[in-house]
Ligand binder design. Structure first.
Ligand code: ACM
Length: 743
């Protein structure tokens, strides 16, 4: 287990909670998400179980297995009353618990929300109901969690566990990513080779995609859900207020399907399901045969899933095979299409027309905008919010799920011992500060933003405990954001979250708890040099440090900056009364850049802006195996141009650079690095190098320059467009840079 809870300390916490419960506050009303209005007498009601009449049982019939799963009704005296109330709005509910439990609801969703709250109150009060009066309603109607079961397969009982957590935290959409290059996971009765071939892959990449060389496990892997199992999940979710939205990803991400039915491709060759991650050139060919095949598949899907939506993917569809296919080129001419992007739109539109005829609406990833949107499509905006904004301007519904805030496969902590993840960095704080409505979107378009969703891609989550670790803590914060009616301060949210994580940990769920982690915030000053403030989410933290000058941990005043004067290892840890967090540490390697200022001509991406420009001259190096966090700066498609200024003319022997290479994540080394000295406004070129390469993920360059100057200008030219045949071909590449060491 990778849980961050030190078990002994956790027991102390539980004991403390129990102790405080028995002597003082009896009730816990710290719900996630926080209700719009909650009043409590701070007393526990006498209600021990739910007893209700036949009428109520009928009203609840859709929810029966849910209610039965947590409180068995017994006895005769009625204590649960339900009333449909005309004056409530969509998804709104009222809940009053005193002598009896009274729920008012406007619609099915409102009732589901009320029952979810009732369930959570009962759970967080150890099987009791506190006296409360609640009026509540979500801000966003679409509150989604996605799960990729293609990269790794999870059992039906694990899927149900996932749904339980979604339901408890009022996430109301489960986006089930059922198909991809690495395996097709849903039974299609008409096409048995899907079960025999597409559901399996010959082996699986182990370690990170960017490892050189890549390694494989040599073991056949796979599995699929029968339609009966899928139905079981749909019913289970429905009973918990959740709509299951299946994704059948077309026309790209189709290697597994083509492995089973090569005639669906343009080349007709036999291929295998993919054994590594990324984007593959094998895509579906837009022939009549393919459309008929897909219509047969979607007929089964539409019959199976009661959801309004079917997600048809549409993302990451390389066009090389369409470009070289005579059939596709003549189809483009025949239909009067401009290019392969319009051909993709033609493809999606045909599938949409078919699904609309079955009473379904489609959702597609934002690539479906590229050759023109299908008339009724909802856009899921993942490559930032740009696609979502564009779709909203076209009066299409939008679900926001940008990689910057909603990719829960990204790292959530800067601590060194995090389980291997794809990359990136999305801590709780980042999720908390997110809104699905982009600031720049005009108010008249807000109505098109249905809500938001977090995506859980499972390349690096082979087991379900990995999913628990990556998804749940951040999901709770996302739930608060999307419910959005009465969001507590970040500190208050973190305190509440801590108790929810403690409960889950106690139940044996492998939740990540990074709430006591410290993140170093560095500053660099021309006169004073480097200072660090260890920053924690919680208000009441005791922070300890052990620097190279200390022989043990000593307490540091909260928020007191610590000047870094000596080279060596610095360690920090935080405690509350009951727990301590993981240790945060870094190695400080002083150099002349610590007494400089660095200004940048281009901003790094918001996603990868570290502690700002000074991250590059603070004497701290980012990790060698990942690029999120406080040190690496990432530039999307732009050059790095930095102006380094010292207070006086100094002697500079050499300049050293560190770049990250991760071509699987579109991160390329610069094509050129140039260093200039600037004296009296005159630029003198000192170095120009194009020989930039690295076997592994890290490229370090040292340039002797032997110059006296107070200013340097440093340029690292972005690699530019990603070449054909590589992941992300045709897109602009990322440039990642860390420490610029001045000797
Ligand atoms: C995606 O992450 N390819 C939607």
């Amino acid at each position: 287990m990778k849980s961050k809870f030190p078990n002994k300390l956790f027991l102390i916490l539980v004991a403390c909670c129990f102790f405080t419960r028995t002597i003082s506050a009896q009730v816990n009303t710290q719900l996630i998400p926080t209700p719009k209005v909650l009043k409590t007498s701070s007393k526990m009601s006498d209600i021990q179980s739910l007893n209700f009449s036949k009428v109520v049982r009928n009203q609840l019939s859709e929810y029966m297995n849910w209610v039965d799963s947590w409180v068995m009704p017994k006895g005769d005296s009625e204590n649960l009353r339900l009333e449909r109330m005309e004056n409530l709005e969509k998804a709104e509910y009222t809940l009053k618990i005193k002598k009896v439990i009274e729920i008012g609801y406007a619609d099915r969703e409102g009732l589901a929300n009320a029952l979810s709250t009732l369930n959570q109150l009962w759970i967080i009060n150890d099987g009791h109901f506190p006296e409360v009066e609640i009026i509540d309603q979500p801000k966003f109607g679409y509150r989604g969690m996605h799960l990729d079961v293609s990269r790794h397969y999870f059992s039906i009982s694990e899927i149900k566990k996932y749904i339980n957590q979604l339901s408890l935290y009022k996430m109301n959409k489960f986006h089930w990513h059922l198909t991809d290059d690495q395996g097709w996971r849903i039974e299609i009765k008409r096409y048995p080779k899907i079960q025999e071939i597409a559901a399996y892959r010959p082996e699986t990449l182990i370690g990170h995609y960017n490892d050189n060389p890549q390694k494989y496990d040599g073991k056949r892997y796979g599995g699929y859900y029968s339609q009966a199992e899928i139905k079981e999940v749909i019913n289970y979710a429905q009973a918990r207020g959740i709509e299951v939205i299946p994704e059948i990803d077309i026309p790209g991400h189709s290697s597994a399907l083509i492995a089973a039915y090569p005639e669906l491709s343009c080349h007709g060759r036999q291929i295998e399901s993919a054994t590594k991650w990324g984007v593959f050139s094998d895509i579906l060919c837009p022939t009549e045969y393919t459309f008929e095949f897909l219509e047969n598949i979607f007929t089964e899907i539409a019959e199976l899933f009661p959801s309004k939506y079917i997600h048809i993917g549409g993302d990451e569809c390389p066009k090389d095979q369409w470009k070289s296919s005579e059939f596709c080129q003549s189809l483009i001419k025949e239909k009067g299409l401009k290019d392969e992007f319009e051909l993709q739109s033609y493809f999606i539109r045909r599938v949409e027309r078919f699904l609309n005829s079955k009473g379904k609406s489609i959702i597609g990833w934002d690539e479906i905008l590229e050759g023109g949107l299908a008339p009724n499509a909802t856009v899921m905006s993942w490559r930032g919010v740009k696609g979502g904004v564009e779709a909203a301007h076209e009066k299409h519904d939008v679900i926001m799920t940008p990689t910057s805030h909603c990719y829960f496969d990204y790292y959530q902590s800067v601590t060194e011992d995090e389980p291997l993840a794809i990359g990136g960095f999305i801590p709780i704080e980042k999720v908390y500060h997110w809104s699905p409505i982009p600031e720049a979107l005009g108010e008249e378009f807000h109505q098109y933003i249905l809500g938001g969703q977090a995506n859980v891609w499972t390349e690096y989550m082979p087991e379900f405990i990995d999913v628990e670790y990556m998804a749940y803590a951040r999901m709770m914060t996302l739930s608060e954001v999307l419910w959005g009616r009465n969001v507590p301060s970040l500190e208050a949210h973190a305190e509440i979250l801590l108790s929810h994580l403690a409960r889950l940990d106690n139940e044996g769920v492998n939740v990540a708890n990074h709430l006591l982690d410290l993140e170093p915030v560095f500053s660099v000053d021309k006169i004073e040099g480097v200072r660090v403030i260890p920053h924690g989410l919680l208000d009441s933290l005791n922070i300890f440090k052990q620097g190279p000058e200390d022989d043990r941990f000593v307490e540091l005043k909260a928020n007191e900056g610590l000047p870094l004067n000596r080279a060596g290892l610095y360690k920090f840890k935080a405690t509350t009364k009951e727990q301590y967090g993981s240790e945060m540490q870094f190695e400080f390697m002083p150099h002349k850049g610590n007494y400089a200022s660095l200004t940048l001509e281009h901003h790094p991406s918001d996603k990868y802006s570290g502690n700002g420009a000074s991250s590059l001259i603070n004497g701290i190096e980012g990790y060698n195996d990942r690029y999120g966090g406080t040190e690496w700066l990432g530039f999307a498609g732009t050059d790095f141009i930095g102006h380094l200024e010292f207070t006086d003319v100094i002697e500079i022997d050499s300049v050293e650079f560190k770049f990250f290479k991760g071509e699987g994540q579109w991160i390329y080394l610069p094509k050129e690095v140039i260093v200039y000295a600037i004296n009296d406004g005159v630029e003198t070129e000192l170095v120009r190098s194009t020989a930039i390469n690295a076997e592994d993920k890290i490229c370090k360059l040292v340039f002797p320059i032997n110059v006296q100057s107070s200013k340097l200008k440093i340029v690292a030219r972005n690699f530019g467009e990603i070449p054909e045949g590589k992941q992300g071909a045709g897109n602009s590449s990322w440039l990642f840079i860390d420490e610029i060491v001045i000797h």
